[in-house]
Design a protein around this ligand. Structure first.
Ligand code: GRF
Length: 195
């Protein structure tokens, strides 16, 4: 592991995980948030990142003829920042095997389920339909399959009788934020101070 983490964050939406990560870790001496990239021009996270003075870039997925075109543009932009850690935070796009291989071991994702349960969408609804007693979130290394790579850590909350998918999502969110922050801190603790 290098002696400092240059972190890029990829988002598609509101960016609450992104904001929590930046707010909690921006003063850490071994962290530099080098950029925030969105595949959605309307992502609410982009103005938030700008306000926090992080360089931003929108690569509108709808304007790219296919995934490879999108990833070429993403790769070209990332190369200008040379991140050694890429955090997917509500990034709603599956990355190709080629892209993942290029950034092997450098991409983390947060997913709102207790993987391997419920990869994909509507995780809380599916948990409710199965009468699960608890739901949670998982931070995992990214491979070419959806929500699939090696698990780094999980957090969980108990389901209450009155819960809906929406209340579960709201109640889980602060735990997700803390989980992602803790995972990055864990990586930071692995960086040695001496050469
Ligand atoms: C979070 O629930 C995260 O686990 C999932 O998408 C949601 C993104 O929320 N991958 P936000 O954009 O970070 O607010």
């Amino acid at each position: 592991m290098d002696r400092a983490l240059k972190i890029a964050i990829l988002i598609s939406g509101r960016g609450s995980n992104m904001a929590a990560l930046i707010e909690n870790l921006k003063m850490h001496p071994k962290v530099k948030f080098c950029c925030v990239v969105s595949d959605n021009s309307q992502a609410l996270g982009i103005p938030k990142a700008k306000k926090m003075q992080i360089p931003t870039c929108v690569i509108d997925g709808n304007l790219c003829s296919n995934q490879y075109v999108f990833e070429e543009k993403l790769d070209t932009y990332l190369q200008t920042h040379q991140p050694n850690l890429i955090l997917l935070a509500g990034f709603m796009r599956l990355l190709s095997a080629k892209f993942v291989a290029k950034y092997k071991g450098k991409i983390l994702n947060i997913h709102p389920s207790l993987l391997p349960k419920y990869p994909g969408l509507n995780t809380h609804q599916r948990a409710l339909e199965n009468n699960d007693k608890e739901v949670g979130a998982t931070v995992h290394w990214v491979d070419e399959k959806m929500d699939n790579g090696e698990i780094m850590a999980q957090c969980r909350i108990k389901v209450k009788p009155q819960d809906t998918a929406q209340t579960l999502s709201q109640r889980l969110l602060p735990y997700e934020h803390q989980l992602y922050i803790d995972c990055v801190r864990k990586l930071l603790n692995q960086i040695r101070d001496t050469v």
